[in-house]
Design a binder for this molecule. Structure first.
Ligand SMILES: C[S@@+](CC[C@H](N)C(=O)[O-])C[C@H]1O[C@@H](n2cnc3c(N)ncnc32)[C@H](O)[C@@H]1O
Length: 243
């Protein structure tokens, strides 16, 4: 297990459910679930089961973190790089904000190929950072302000996963031999009260506890009290079909 994987396991052990709380207002769980009509489904890196709860009855979840899984039924602790399932066990594998974090993405792709039936689908939502354009994209958006405030505290930002996991060209390379019918931009609006927006920003893997309170206070001061705080996030919805 790499240093990054150990970090993710430790982080999620002490913050179970953090991703679901951060993202639940954005609608992405429902969007991903809507692409899964039925069949035998695995939700990879399922966290506390926020997507799993919206998937067809009988779907199974897997996550690295025992604490994330909690008492969620039909879940298994394991690694995406070594799935504890037999060949052709699933018709669909989903993954909400997990694939771009995985070490050894080619190994994960090989495991997906193995556990999916021919014609089976892998449907994933990938994190893409703050929006780069549009109204309020730069200075006014809380995600941009947060990253600016965080930057002086990041000696060397962690680079999780394989860079190819975040772009369409990279997906075509990683999933060579599969078909890629969908790779679409999917913007989430996480704006709201400052507290609501902080639920998302404060969930950053890069935010060290010792600077969290100061960054939060600095950011909160930068918005007039009572305004709706803008916060938009780019994600990518990607789907590949195993030939
Ligand atoms: C950003 S969270 C997403 C959780 C959940 N899918 C959601 O969106 O609510 C990333 C999850 O990936 C899990 N994870 C990280 N590396 C993993 C690996 N190699 N195999 C399985 N799960 C992994 C973490 O434990 C964590 O629960």
């Amino acid at each position: 297990m790499s240093e990054h994987e150990r970090f993710l396991r430790t982080f999620h052990a002490s913050h179970p459910g953090i991703t679901a709380r951060a993202l639940e207002r954005g609608g992405s769980y429902a969007r991903l679930a809507a692409r899964v009509p039925g069949g035998r489904v695995l939700d990879l890196a399922c966290g506390d089961g926020a997507l799993l709860a919206r998937l067809p009855a009988g779907s199974i979840g897997l996550d690295l973190s025992r604490e994330e899984l909690g008492v969620t039924p039909r879940t298994v602790q394991g690694r995406a790089q070594a799935l504890p399932f037999s060949d052709g066990a699933f018709d669909v594998v989903t993954c909400h904000l997990g694939f771009m974090l995985f070490d050894d993405a080619p190994r994960v792709v090989a495991e997906l190929r193995r556990v999916l039936v021919p014609g089976g689908r892998f449907v994933a939502l990938l994190g893409g950072g703050p929006v780069a354009s549009g109204p309020g994209a730069q200075g006014e958006d809380a995600f941009h302000r947060f990253l600016d405030a965080l930057a002086p505290h990041l000696a060397s930002p962690r680079r999780f996963g394989d860079p190819r996991a975040k772009s369409e060209a990279g997906w075509r390379e990683l999933f060579a031999g599969w078909s890629t019918p969908v790779f679409e931009r999917c913007e989430l609006d996480l704006g709201g009260t400052f507290d609501e927006v902080w639920t998302f920003l404060g969930a950053s893997y890069e935010l060290k506890p010792e600077v969290g309170a100061a960054i939060r206070a600095e950011l909160e001061r930068s918005f007039p009290p009572g305004v709706r705080v803008p916060c938009r996030v780019v994600t990518w919805l990607a789907e590949v079909v195993r030939r």
